[in-house]
Design a protein around this ligand. Structure first.
Ligand code: NOJ
Length: 576
């Protein structure tokens, strides 16, 4: 249904008080619970790598502001920025030393205000990363906390006194020894860090800490931010009786870390104290261990968050590949859990995943662009809010570093040290990193064919992908069949057709190992999506007659109106 038709229908329905024929469908316009954040198309910007305005080799806020017209031209309606707060950058901003200030590398609060104003002037919303499972060890709270056992800030963090022996083992994702307890000699105690040693975990059991966080959230909401992405929040509640976990628990640590104790209580308090008081949206990173956990977080009746951001699908792509049958099963399962209420984010990449086309498509020369556009078609035609990672609109792919010296990410660097210390196979490690390392998606954004892809006039903090000479905004803007122009078209298609936002999703041809086929339906309107996920021709067995259908978009330059699909072909039909 076209958006204006939809609003018109709602108006008629309200004025007449008569149940129109929409009411016979299970998805009526008045039961859709329409929201701006459901209709949003979120563009994720990794600020360190987007655009450098001052030649220091690091992207910054003024750089983003200078590119707002480009972002607007994409048609996206919201931006999620990775953290921009003051940080010593142990984990590229996910270690915050001052929640009310801007990282020096990125600029000043004035730069932030100008950026926010520029977004709002262009009708683009701003979603802020909120990292409150942990702070930096350079935050004033932590400096106070570790100064003495009696310091009022001590209880902002988790401690274990050395006289009580070694603390029960906790796994750390980023610590070089994977030990989440770090000894601190000043107070002869260990502090907890689920991530790096410079990211001590905050103690959410402490009401004083919670109050501080709510004040921080309000500080930014008062400035006008439109939403929050809660980083690693599933880990925020801990069992502070510190039970011993079974040996080997780290293989599945999420079972022991996610959604523990009073997590839902904290989310409800965040909602009551902050979210309910502003027109802001909220999305949690990760969804716990079960579909029920995920659903509970975003069930509107529970007053917690708005949108779940599940990892199950992105986790299935391993360096050795993935199965489309599994991919379809995962997306279909998540869709059905959120069919009637709750809402999902749909994505295939972010700053913690390598490039979408390398992991889920095919980045070899003949297929990089085709498969990239096919994956874009998938993201833009699923039910849920699309989160699209910067650079994917150009078909950017993994840089695939050969040497560990090229990496900057604390995760890759520490994993390398671990493999080395254990006498493991370093070459095998480096080969796997070419597919999965986070730095693959963090290479500088490719603006043009000038030095450093026009990202910086200085030395970029991370190497630029050498394919920038051809894969860049300027070149793609000129090419009507480019990934970039395709992205703009499909964004417009989604914005013009609410069936793509709210319509029921039905999987077709479930057992086809090459083709992902599904329909989206809303109030008598029906869209068919056919995606060939393979490098071979494929047939979609949908039993749908396409003779009187309209092809809305396709990723090849020549049209196709059959269910025989060319390699990585994507087609979207309106069925009549
Ligand atoms: C998840 C973030 O997305 C990731 O980049 C970060 O390293 C961890 N949380 C720790 O904050």
């Amino acid at each position: 249904m076209k958006r204006n038709h939809c609003l018109f229908a709602l108006l008629i329905c309200l004025l007449s008080g008569i149940q129109n024929n929409y009411a016979q469908s299970n998805n009526t316009i008045d039961t859709l619970q329409t929201k701006w954040w459901k209709e949003a198309i979120v563009y994720q910007i990794y600020p360190r790598s987007f655009k450098d305005s001052d030649g220091d080799g690091i992207g910054d806020l003024k750089g983003i502001t200078s590119k707002l017209d480009y972002i607007k031209s994409l048609g996206v309606t919201a931006i999620w920025l990775n953290p921009i707060y003051s940080s010593p950058n142990d984990d590229n901003g996910y270690d915050i030393s001052d929640y009310r200030n801007i990282m020096k590398d990125f600029g000043t609060m004035e730069d932030f205000d100008a950026l926010l104003k520029g977004m709002h002037q262009r009708g683009i919303k701003f979603i802020m990363d909120l990292v409150v499972n942990h702070s930096s060890d350079e935050h004033a709270w932590f400096k106070e906390a570790k100064s003495s056992r009696n310091n009022p800030y001590r209880e902002y963090y988790h401690w274990w006194n050395a006289e009580d022996g070694k603390p029960p083992y906790r796994y750390s994702l980023f610590d070089v020894n994977h030990d989440a307890w770090m000894y601190d000699s000043t107070t002869k105690s260990y502090f907890l860090h689920f991530f790096s040693r410079k990211q001590p975990d905050l103690n959410w059991e402490n009401p004083a800490l919670r109050k501080e966080i709510y004040a921080i959230m309000k500080f930014w909401a008062d400035k006008g931010v439109d939403g929050y992405r809660l980083d690693a929040f599933g880990f925020a509640a801990k069992d502070t009786t510190w039970p011993r976990f079974p040996k080997g628990f780290e293989e599945n640590f999420s079972l022991y870390y996610s959604m523990q104790g009073n997590l839902h209580g904290y989310l409800q308090e965040i909602n009551k104290e902050v979210l309910s008081k502003y027109d802001v949206m909220s999305v949690a990173e990760g969804t716990g261990n079960t579909l029920e956990d995920a659903h509970n977080m975003v069930d509107a009746n529970r007053h917690e968050l708005n949108m779940a951001y599940p990892f199950e699908a992105v986790d299935i792509a391993k360096p050795e590949g993935y199965s489309l049958l599994h991919f379809k099963e995962v997306f279909s399962k998540w869709d059905s859990t959120f069919k009637d209420d709750g809402w999902l984010a749909v994505f295939l990449a972010n700053h913690d995943q390598a490039r979408m086309v390398t992991r889920f498509g095919n980045d070899s020369a003949p297929f990089r662009e085709l498969s990239s556009r096919m994956l874009t078609t998938f993201i833009m035609t699923m039910r849920g809010t699309p989160y699209y990672y910067n650079g994917d609109e150009l078909g950017m792919n993994n840089i695939k570093f050969d040497k560990i010296d090229d990496y900057r990410d604390v995760e890759s660097l520490n994993m390398y040290k671990q493999v080395k210390d254990k006498g493991g196979d370093l070459q095998a490690f480096l080969n796997a990193q070419k597919i999965s390392a986070r730095d693959n998606s963090r290479t500088p954004f490719q603006w043009n064919s000038d030095a450093n892809a026009g990202f910086t006039t200085g030395k970029p903090w991370l190497k630029v992908n050498p394919n920038y000479k051809t894969v860049n905004v300027v070149a793609e803007e000129k090419d009507s069949s480019s990934c970039l122009n395709y992205f703009k078209k499909i964004v417009k298609l989604r914005k013009d057709n609410l069936v793509l936002v709210y319509g029921t999703y039905t999987l077709l041809d479930k057992d086809n190992p090459q083709v992902y086929a599904y329909t989206r339906e809303l109030n008598g309107e029906k869209i068919l999506v056919l995606l060939n996920f393979s490098s071979k021709p494929a047939i979609a067995n949908t039993n749908i007659d396409l003779t009187s259908s309209d092809l809305l978009i396709g990723n090849y330059t020549s049209a196709n109106n059959t269910t025989a699909l060319r390699p990585y072909e994507a087609v979207v039909y309106e069925l009549k």
